[in-house]
Write a protein that binds this ligand. Sequence first.
Ligand code: HEM
Length: 346
Amino acid sequence: METAFNEETFRNDFSFKNSAKAIRRFPFPFSEDGYMYTVNMEPHVPGPKGTVFEPMFDVDEHYLSEMHDRALVLNEDPLRCQSLPHMTLAGWDLLELIMESKARDYPEWFELHKDGQAWHWINRPLGIDQKFTFLDESTLPYGPMEYITRQSQGDFTLQDQRDENLWMDAGMVTTQADWSLDFDIGMGFHEWHAPVPRAHEMGVFDRALKFLLKLQHGAPVRRFNWTLTVDPLLDTSPENYPKWGPMRADIRPENVGERMYLRVELQTLYRLPRSNGIAFAIRCYLIRFDDLVTIPKWGRRLHRVLRDIPDDLATYKGFLRNRNSLVQWLSQYDDGLPTSVGWMPD
Ligand code: HEM
C-alpha cells in the first residue's frame, strides 16, 4: 500500500495537512490566467499517471479522516443523506459502479466477489467485510447509496431523468460549498442552479442540460468547480453557516497564507445502467495558500484569477469582502512572467 492515511481533523483544531505528494498532485483548476463560467466538460478517462484522474474514484491520504468527518456530520444531521423512494435502483447502480471501480483501481485495498446476486465486499482501510445480496436492501446496514457513500470521499447526488430534465432526487451531501440537499431535493436542473449569477443568461445551463440528457453509459465526463474557504472545513453547508460564516471576518493580510484554502471540486458524471439516472460525484480537494504558492505557476496564476474575477462571481463564491487582502498577499508571488498553458506545474 503506497498511500499512508493521515489522522487529521476538518473541524475544531483543523489538523488537516497535505503531504508534499498531495500538493504536487493537487488538481489546480485554472488552465489560464482568468476565470469565467463555461460548459467545461471533458471525457473522464484515466490518466495521466500520478494525477487525481488516474483512478475513476480517487482514494488519497485523507480517506479515513474524511469518512470519519462524514459520520460525524450524519450523526448530527441525518438529513444530509436522503433518497426519494423511486431512487433505490439508482442507489444500487451507484454502489456497483463504486465497488467495481475501487476493486479494479485499488486491488490492495478493495475486493468485490460476485456469485450471481450473492456479493462479497471487502474494504481493508475501513475494516469492512460485507456479504450481501445485490438488489436486496435488507442485507445491508443502510440503503445502497448511503452504504457506499459512507465509504467514498466526496459528495454524491443521484438525478432521475424524466420530462427532458434531471431531478435531484437523492444524495449524500456533507462536504458542500454552501448549498443544501435538504433544500434542493426534488428540484430540476435550472431550479437548483437558480442562485448562480450570469450562467443562466450566458446559456451555460441550457447547453449543459442538453449535453447531460444524452450522456451515455460507460462514457463518464468531468469538470472542475472551485471556491475559497477559511480553514480546512469540509462541511461549509448553509445548515452550519453560524459556525463558518463569522470565520470570514478573521482574515487579515498576516494570516492569509495559513488560513485561506483553495477548495476544488472534481465533478464527475455517470449514466447509470439500470435506472437510467445520472450520478454526480463532487470530490473536494483543499489546499492551503502557503502550500499552493510552493508551485510558482499556481501562485502567479491564482493572483491574476482572483484580481480579475468579476465582483458578482466573487460575491457568489463568498470572498468579495476579503478579496483585497488575498490579492495583496498573492501579489508577492506574481513576478509578472507569462504562465504556461494548462494547469500542470511547470
Ligand atoms: C447533475 C449534475 C449537476 C448537479 C447535481 C449540480 C449541482 C449544483 C449545485 C447544487 C450548485 C450550487 C447552487 C447554489 O448556489 O445553491 C451548482 C453550482 C454550479 N453548477 Fe452545477 N450541477 C450539475 C451539473 C453542472 C454542469 C454540467 C455544469 C456545467 C456548466 C454546472 C455548472 C455550475 C456552475 C457554474 C455553478 C456555480 C459554481 C460556483 O461558481 O461556485 N453544473 N451546481
